[in-house]
Design a protein around this ligand. Structure first.
Ligand code: ATP
Ligand code: MG
Length: 563
């Protein structure tokens, strides 16, 4: 019989990977060097994961290539070591490693300063005394040219002297800047004599008091790329209009190489804010349980929620890399994660909202051992022994007193199959004083152990009451009610759209005792209820807090099938 060889995993491709591969094939570069350049002013989010998968993906896929991790720490005010550590942890957790040690733009301050002197020496940069306000007023508009600064024609000597005195701390913050001398009439506003250095008398985490002038993003970024020998400097579309400045700055100094800047569209997700500034506001305002709140789109939040690195990488592969800004349905992310968890998670039983079932014909005190596969699709996942007895828990939603047509679960006089066990029929509904259903008295069909469900009756999950352990389960919904949180209606604040029902805590849930032995972070499926994990922050030994990662219902797959 002929066998079909397994299809090789398709190599990821997109226009940036194609450019990089072509540059190696043509011999333009012997190898590719990319970088991931986060500013350490917040935790990484799922948008950063897109950039990480692209940059580190290219570094891994093209033989001999690599990717640097570079902290863009040019702004000493907003940075924090906590962020640096979290960024390293998140990149590694996603499954990537950087070349050598992490780098810092601040490592290059001496070289960047030397290139500033080179620009001044060539008459291409000048010290300007305009205030920020005056500079803004003279910059012109999209349709009108800007005005030359009155300080634009200072001599090289004067500029060198003033720039040196800026460095020595002779002038207060904000009184002088170093600006590139390009063209105040350029149709590209970024080329209208952009600021290259600012005075900021603030010590820096890494350089201490050595500097009181700091390079701007444009000044530091391309030069850092050139110093590291980056071949392809990949960034998001907002920087497209900065590319002429990127090229101007590099080509006007004696840089060792000229990296190529390539832009791609950033990731935007429905019902999700994706800006570090806003995420910081949510954290500082106490609106969420920290940067790693399971509802946050941060990598640490998604990790705590139970998302897997493979699930996030596969999501990034699915959305691809393009030049067009768009809004991705958060369902695509959930779909990718669900697909991965389906392959990797053991299955257990958990009852989120328990309802007592008493089997009136089951002998008091008798227990039957039932072997259950941990993952019916994966024999390697092993099995465990469940015990079945007279008192059980089922899910409240699996019973209806007046069931509509097509409800195949339990109701008065109806029969249902308990997974791996028996068919049971509901004979009597016991209610409390307020009319709430508190117990179902049922008959077990003793002959049904190895039969299937009866026609028209469903299979539901259950727990043996004597064995089930109490657990706290946390259910999450989207954090915002507004689909496109990037375009909040005029006069409104995105925080007005926080979903008040984004977290539901179920204190009375029950689970198989096996969950008590799971390590914090362990992921599993509660049959029929979704994928869950042991919360790493609030669980204590013997009393786990269990996060629901995603439900089993795949709304996205349905949408896709319809299309
Ligand atoms: P934010 O706008 O969320 O504050 P940022 O761009 O200021 O993000 P950086 O730390 O500068 O954050 O980003 C590091 C890298 O991640 C940059 O190359 C940036 O282009 C990329 N990046 C940031 N946000 C996204 C996103 N939503 N999609 C894709 N890449 C992103
Ligand atoms: Mg930034």
């Amino acid at each position: 019989m002929a066998t079909t060889p397994e299809a090789p995993e398709r190599e990821a491709t997109d226009f940036i990977r194609e450019i990089a591969r072509a540059d190696v094939e043509s011999g333009r570069h012997p190898r590719v060097v990319t970088r991931f350049p986060p500013e350490p002013n917040g935790y990484l989010h799922i948008g950063h994961a897109k950039s990480i998968c692209l940059n580190f993906g290219i570094g891994q896929e093209i033989p001999g290539s690599c990717t640097n991790l570079r902290f863009d720490d040019t702004n000493p005010v907003k940075e924090d070591m906590e962020y640096v550590e979290s960024i390293k942890e998140d990149v590694q957790w996603l499954g990537f490693s950087w070349a050598g040690e992490p780098r810092h733009a601040s490592d290059y301050f001496d070289q960047i300063h030397a290139w500033a002197l080179e620009l001044i020496g060539k008459g291409l940069a000048y010290v300007c005394d305009l205030t920020a306000e005056e500079m803004r007023a003279s910059r012109g508009t999209l349709t009108a040219a800007g005005e030359n600064s009155p300080y634009r024609d200072r001599t090289v000597e004067e500029n060198l002297d003033l720039f040196e005195r800026m460095r020595l701390g002779e002038f207060p913050d904000g009184t002088r800047t170093l600006r590139a001398k390009i063209d105040m009439a350029s149709s590209n506003i970024n080329l209208r004599d952009p600021v290259l250095y600012r005075i900021k008398k603030v010590p820096h985490d890494r350089t201490g008091d050595k500097w009181c002038i700091y390079p701007t993003y444009d000044m530091a970024h391309g030069y850092s790329d050139a110093i590291e020998g980056i071949t392809h400097s990949i960034c998001t579309l907002e920087f497209e209009a900065h590319r002429p400045l990127y090229d101007w700055l590099i080509s006007n100094v004696s840089a060792p190489c000229h990296p190529r800047q390539i832009e791609f569209a950033r990731l935007n997700l429905t019902y999700t804010v994706m800006s570090k500034r806003k995420l910081l506001e949510l954290v500082e305002g106490g609106l969420v349980d920290g940067w790693d709140d399971p509802r946050m789109p941060t990598i640490s939040g998604l990790r705590r929620r139970g998302f897997s690195p493979q699930g996030l990488r596969s999501f990034c592969g699915k959305i691809g890399v393009t030049k067009y800004n768009s809004l991705t349905d958060v369902g695509v992310l959930e779909h990718a994660v669900r697909e991965d968890l389906n392959k990797t998670c053991p299955r257990f039983m958990g009852v989120l909202r328990p309802l007592k079932v008493v089997l009136t014909n089951w002998p008091e005190g008798e227990l039957e051992e039932i072997e259950a596969a941990n993952n019916p699709e994966d024999p390697a996942a092993g099995s465990r022994t469940l015990r079945f007895g007279r008192e059980l828990w089922i899910e409240q939603e699996d019973f209806m007193e007046n069931p509509p047509p097509k409800y195949f679960r339990l109701g008065p006089g109806r029969e249902v199959r308990l997974r791996y066990a028996y068919n049971v029929r509901c004979d009597e509904v016991v209610k409390d004083d307020e009319g709430r259903v508190v117990e179902l008295r049922c008959t077990c069909d003793m002959a049904s152990r190895h039969s299937g469900p009866k026609k028209g009756s469903a299979v539901i999950h259950w727990l043996n009451a004597a064995d089930a352990v109490p657990v706290e389960v946390r259910l999450y919904d989207r954090l915002f009610t507004l689909e496109d949180t990037g375009t909040v209606p005029d006069g409104r604040d995105y925080r007005e759209f926080i979903n008040p029902d984004s977290l539901e805590i179920l204190k009375g849930a029950r689970a198989e005792p096996v969950v008590l032995g799971l390590a914090p972070g362990a992921r599993f499926q509660f049959e029929r209820m979704g994928y869950f994990c042991i919360d790493t922050k609030h669980s204590v030994p013997g009393a786990p807090v269990i996060n629901r990662t995603v439900t089993l219902k795949d709304t996205w797959a349905k949408v896709q099938a319809k299309q």
